[in-house]
Write a protein that binds this ligand. Structure first.
Ligand code: FAD
Length: 429
């Protein structure tokens, strides 16, 4: 297929691949991979393009699995799906069968393979990142062969592939561990930073899911509590629509434009926005409550901090912002994620606090993210694989106890680096 410029959701990552392929079946996918490898080329697979880094960029071949989408089979507790299936569609298909994923991130527009590829996560003490919900993959490797892997078959490849950013091969089919569908009650409240700091660990333990947004230059924190309920759905109330679409998107977009035009307004805008945090309750199907709408485009950095240091890390960010006054008006997101045993998952071996910082599209993110990253790193933080960071291989080698094990599997499956690009070469070569 002819070339066209590709860009990610925020517009920061852009490239013009020579080929943009959308195979309609597994044989066609394997053929594209084989042909690229035989010509000494490079291939990157794209999901929904919602990662912030140059993961997908290549001047050679991008493959999209948009035509490999849908449910292949399902029983009472598992399902196998095409890897290109978007989370929204996937959760609707599961819901029709009385099934659900145990947890999701903030949005549901990613592909299941893309969400798995970078270790995407939601919040909740008892929930690992989305890759921990996967039980098996069909992986098209650089040779064009299809490897089946799971906890019991090619288990070492499975543990590596669970978070691998498309560097081991193209996931074509994914099997998932599921649970019966559930309804969630979502309660939104406001608190002071001191209340948040004193209670965050207790709230984490007392709720199925808890997360918080701290507003820079204020003492204000927005709290979100989510718990399973049998209470009837509240439906899509006008008030909720106003809150989600108008307040969180349209109004925030207008405020963000004011900040972009005159960045010295950022502190005032953050204080103004914090003033509008209200209390609300919503009850609906779990997957609908977990996913929010995000119209306002931004760039993002996120680090996963050992859980015991999470609150202190956020406090240091707050103090640094007040002292150095970086131009930022986006709230800082704070979530909890359970540790896992995936080779290069940012949650490997430790329960974590996930702290995310954002900058409106078109505003320079460098000074703010650099300052945040310094603080994240003093807390032994590990960057989210889909979000901005400044690290290279030497950093990751020290950070991940299983780094060499991952590298040896990657080199075995892709000895010529078909699935690498310049960004990934800085990480893996
Ligand atoms: C508005 C917004 C909200 C977000 N919210 C969250 C959140 O709540 N929690 C969180 O953790 N992250 C979040 N993210 C980050 C996002 O979930 C990840 O970056 C995710 O990887 C994006 O999925 P995607 O389908 O767009 O994948 P892409 O960005 O297109 O690709 C991601 C990686 O997966 C690989 N990949 C894609 N498909 C395949 C395949 N079939 N086989 C092998 N590899 C593949 C790609 O090569 C790439 O390396 C958010 C991002 C945005 C823009």
């Amino acid at each position: 297929m002819s070339s066209r410029t590709w860009s990610n959701w925020s517009g920061l990552a852009q490239c013009t691949p020579a080929h943009f392929e959308t195979p309609a079946d597994l044989d066609a996918l394997a053929g594209i991979v084989r042909k690229t490898a035989e010509s000494g080329g490079h291939l990157r697979v794209v999901g929904s393009g919602h990662s912030f880094t140059d993961l997908v960029n290549t001047s050679d071949t991008i493959v999209s699995l948009d035509n490999l989408s849908g449910l292949l089979e399902a029983d009472a507790a598992t399902a196998t799906v095409w890897a290109g299936t978007k989370l929204k569609r996937l959760n609707e298909l599961l819901d029709e069968r009385g099934l659900a994923m145990e947890n999701l991130g903030d949005i549901n527009v990613q592909s299941i393979a893309g969400a798995i590829g970078t270790g995407t996560h939601g919040t909740g003490r008892d929930f690992g990142c989305i890759p921990t919900q996967a039980t098996g993959f069909s992986l098209v490797t650089a040779s064009g062969d299809i490897i089946e892997c799971s906890e019991t078959e090619n288990a070492e490849i499975f543990k590596a592939a669970q978070v691998s950013m498309g560097t081991l091969g193209v996931m074509a089919r994914i099997s998932l561990r599921l649970m019966p569908s559930y309804r969630l009650k979502y309660v939104r409240q406001r608190a002071t930073f001191a209340e948040f700091a004193d209670n965050a660990m207790r709230w984490r333990d007392e709720n199925r899911q808890f997360e918080a947004y701290f507003f820079p230059y204020t003492e204000t924190v927005q709290l979100k509590f989510l718990n399973i309920t049998e209470e009837p759905p509240t439906g899509r109330k006008a008030a909720k629509w106003f809150n989600d679409v108008i307040m969180e998107n349209v109004s925030f977009e207008l405020l963000s434009r004011l900040c972009r035009a005159k960045p010295s307004r950022c502190a005032g805008v953050s204080k103004f926005a914090a003033g509008f945090i209200g209390e609300s309750t919503e009850i609906d199907a779990g997957h609908k409550v977990l996913s929010t709408v995000r119209f306002v485009r931004f760039n993002e950095m996120e680090y996963e901090i050992p859980v015991a240091e999470g609150v202190e890390c956020l406090r240091e960010l707050k103090d640094w912002i007040e002292k150095d006054r970086p131009e930022v008006h986006f709230p800082i997101e704070f979530r909890f994620v359970k540790g896992d045993d995936i080779l290069i998952s940012p949650f490997h071996g430790r329960d974590s606090a996930a702290i995310s910082v954002h900058m409106y599209k078109g505003m320079p993110h460098g000074p703010y993210f650099d300052g945040c990253e310094k603080i994240f790193r003093t807390h032994d933080g590990r960057p989210h694989w889909g979000k901005l960071h400044s690290l290279t291989r030497a950093d990751f080698e020290k950070m991940y106890p299983k780094w060499e094990a991952f590298q040896s599997i990657r080199k075995r499956l892709d000895p010529n680096g078909v699935f690498l690009n310049p960004y990934l070469e800085r990480i893996f070569l």
